[in-house]
Write a protein that binds this ligand. Structure first.
Ligand code: SF4
Length: 377
């Protein structure tokens, strides 16, 4: 029997300290807590309903938090348990997030031995003042050291995360961070605009009027500069915030946007199996009591909801959505369901209809949040 493709996300909720803008599920944690956490995640993996008979793993993403903060043998044990449970495709993409200043001894060797073949390094900025403002634990030097160590260890697929729209930042200032990253020639670059989330240190500063956020014009200028500079240097934009050299698009994230099957392990981890969506409870304490058994939400999408997801997730990618896939999934013509919206967005210059595909123009991607909400009933 041919097995179905499956992607796996494993959440590692430990960080050295909270960054000023971060609302992810993460905390400091002791090594003892990390070991307990490992036991819990291994139990969740072992007891997962999705069987290895049915699925073949195509991608794994170990994210957080800061996976490189935990003893590397924990990561190896997670990989072992996944391999025991599932078969892996020979060319499976196995990514892990890491942060400068957190690498443990022998870690890179252990990561390679357990099959990790893609590392995503959280850099955020190549300006020490900005790094301090963001509450990052590392300096520019720490990042460069980590990057070189990763290369020397033989990793050939490396991604770097940068953050734009940092308080006090102009397009020109961001350009110098981006140029610095380009000089290192990573295979993949993600550029996320800062979002001030409730519950973060930045949010309380923002409420007190103490956060000097860039103007809307400056944000747009930065976005356009990023798009143009990266394209000039051979990085193809393949999603709103993601750019890659040919063949280095993150396959794991593409599964999310194309609504493939994925299974998340750890607190707050989300899964989609067919049209069944479920998310583990976010509370760390509750998760540890019954790993994977208590859920934040758990429901089967209606056909209409699945169609809407198909549109607003697929249109995040520069390839956009396929009318053929829409018909294959839902047995209806995309124009029957969304024809009016597609026509309007095309007329306004935000959408291109080429062959059987619909995708956003650069102008469309700039206002994609607004455009995508138009697909919601
Ligand atoms: S390193 Fe990442 S996950 Fe950890 S606190 Fe900072 S932004 Fe959040």
């Amino acid at each position: 029997m041919k097995k179905s493709p499956l992607s796996i996300y494993v959440h590692i909720p430990f960080c050295v300290k909270k960054c000023s803008y971060c609302d992810f599920l993460s905390f400091a944690g002791t090594e003892e807590e990390m070991e307990h956490y490992l036991t819990a995640v291994l139990r969740e993996i072992e007891e997962a309903e999705e069987s290895g008979l049915q699925y073949e793993v195509q991608t794994v993403y170990i994210g957080g938090g800061t996976p490189s903060r935990v003893p590397p043998h924990l990561i190896a044990e997670i990989m072992d348990s996944l391999r025991k449970k599932y078969t892996f495709a020979e060319n499976a993409e196995i990514s892990m997030e890491m942060n400068p200043g957190t690498l443990k001894r022998d870690a890179l060797r252990i990561y390679r031995e357990c099959g990790i073949n893609r590392l995503s390094i959280g850099c955020q900025s190549l300006n020490d003042e900005e790094l301090r403002l963001l509450g990052r634990i590392h300096t520019v030097e720490d990042f460069k050291k980590t990057y070189h160590e990763v290369r020397e260890a033989g990793f050939k697929n490396v991604s770097v995360d940068l953050m734009s729209s940092i308080p006090g930042q102009s397009a020109e200032k961001f350009r110098s961070s981006l140029e610095g990253i380009l000089a290192l020639k990573p295979e993949h670059i993600s550029v996320y605009s800062l979002i001030v989330e409730p519950g973060t240190l930045f949010y309380s500063k923002y409420e007190k009027g103490e956060l000097d956020l860039p103007s809307e014009e400056s944000v747009t200028e930065t976005d356009r500069m990023v798009r143009d500079l990266l394209s000039e240097r051979g990085y193809k934009r393949y999603e709103i915030s993601n750019y890659a050299r040919d063949g280095y698009e993150c396959r794991h994230n593409l599964v999310y946007w194309n609504r493939g099957d994925y299974r998340g392990f750890g607190p707050g981890a989300a899964s989609l199996i067919g049209d069944h969506r479920f998310t583990n409870i976010r509370s760390y304490a509750s998760y540890m009591e019954h790993p994977g058994k208590t859920r934040e939400d758990d429901f089967v999408l209606s056909v209409r909801d699945a169609m809407e997801e198909f549109m607003f997730l697929g249109l995040r990618t520069c390839e956009g959505v396929s009318a053929t896939d829409f018909y294959r999934n839902f047995g209806q013509d995309i124009t029957e369901v969304f024809g009016k919206i597609l026509e309007k967005q095309e007329r306004d210059g935000y959408l291109i209809h080429k062959g059987e595909r619909y995708s956003y123009t650069d102008e469309g991607l700039e206002v994609s949040n607004i455009l995508m909400s138009e697909y919601l009933e």
